[in-house]
Ligand binder design. Structure first.
Ligand code: HEC
Ligand code: HEC
Ligand code: HEC
Ligand code: HEC
Length: 226
């Protein structure tokens, strides 16, 4: 398949996906109209620069990566959504001229970095409180999740399942080809940059140090071969 055709197909699939992932009911949520429109537009851009895979949420990964999930959940990034709630992170908010009493959990400007895949295929959508399914779905995409660093999982999760079921060896390249990202400094800097109200132009980001304190517990990989 030529890459051009693959790209067109990815766009077509995303088009269908968006219709499925965002039922009309989300469009009537108090604040939901604009984000749904935004999703459609940014989805095309995401297909361009992220090969068009969809986000599935951190719970999907938990099944097979319990240790990483458990240790991630207690990091600040694992709780980054709560920071947007009124009264939370009072000191930081005061220091950076944010309104401590304001609810930022519906603010698109913040959700971009404090949720998984906001505005992208399968990513976070502001839930309609009357629609339990949309609330559950959103919960699973809150904070900086597994896929914020490892990339949208819709396809590589299927390959990992097959690798687990057959107990075969794998090379990481086959996962990269279906959306598993190499985690590096550039990935962190998609959020750790001065677009954040708490980061100033010129603030340093020490990748090795931050990686050690900010991600999760690491386990040896047994089925991977070089
Ligand atoms: C999707 C956006 C996003 C990505 C990608 C991301 N971060 Fe973060 N990070 C955040 C946010 C938001 C916070 C603040 C969490 C909070 O306290 O609410 C944070 C906080 C942290 C903290 C805790 C900061 C502190 O002051 O204690 C560390 C450490 C960190 N990140 C490291 C990393 C590293 C290393 C990477 C890349 C491997 C990375 N982050 C990728 C958004 C991101
Ligand atoms: C470009 C990505 C980005 C955007 C947009 C963003 N944040 Fe963050 N936010 C971060 C990162 C990264 C950190 C962690 C900074 C660090 O520790 O170096 C952070 C940290 C914070 C903290 C400090 C948390 C703590 O534990 O002390 C608060 C509060 C915060 N963000 C609130 C907001 C609010 C409110 C908005 C919207 C008005 C917002 N952020 C928009 C990336 C972002
Ligand atoms: C802030 C970025 C970040 C987040 C969030 C994150 N990871 Fe990772 N993950 C990493 C880094 C960095 C590595 C080490 C890879 C390297 O150094 O090349 C890693 C490695 C892994 C590995 C390889 C084995 C190991 O234990 O090191 C697995 C499996 C994994 N992550 C799963 C997850 C799961 C599941 C989640 C969500 C619960 C998650 N990750 C969330 C950054 C992240
Ligand atoms: C059905 C089980 C299953 C699910 C679900 C799953 N994984 Fe994995 N994953 C595996 C297996 C098996 C390996 C290889 C483990 C080994 O070699 O010991 C693996 C390896 C990894 C690695 C290391 C890749 C490498 O070689 O560097 C990362 C990163 C990872 N998974 C992230 C995720 C993320 C993120 C999710 C959720 C979006 C996820 N996985 C969901 C089974 C799964």
């Amino acid at each position: 398949m030529t890459s051009r055709l693959a790209f067109v197909l990815a766009i077509a699939c995303l088009g269908i996906g968006v219709a499925v992932w965002h039922p009309p009911s989300t469009a009537v949520a108090s604040d939901g109209v604009a984000p749904v429109v935004g999703t459609l537009m940014t989805t095309v851009a995401a297909a361009d620069d992220e090969s068009g895979y969809a986000y599935v949420g951190s719970k999907k990964c938990k099944k097979c990566h319990i240790a990483q999930h458990k240790s991630w959940a207690v990091t600040q990034m694992g709780q980054a959504f709560d920071t947007l709630k009124p009264g939370q992170a009072k000191e930081s908010k005061e220091k950076f001229n944010l309104d401590v009493s304001k609810d930022y959990t519906q603010d698109a400007k913040c959700l971009k970095c404090h949720t998984v895949g906001f505005g992208k295929a399968g990513g976070y959508v502001i839930p309609n409180p009357d629609d339990k399914k949309s609330v559950r779905r959103a919960k699973n995409l809150e904070s900086v999740g597994c896929e914020s660093c490892h990339g949208p999982g819709s396809e590589y999760v299927k390959v990992f399942k097959e690798i687990m079921d057959t107990k075969r060896k794998y090379k990481v390249e086959e996962l990269r080809a279906v959306g598993l990202r190499e985690v590096n400094e550039a990935v962190c800097k998609t959020c750790h940059n001065p677009d954040s109200p708490t980061i100033n132009e010129g603030d340093a980001f020490d990748y090795e140090k931050r990686k050690a304190e900010g991600t999760h517990e690491h386990r040896p990989l047994e089925q991977r071969e070089e």
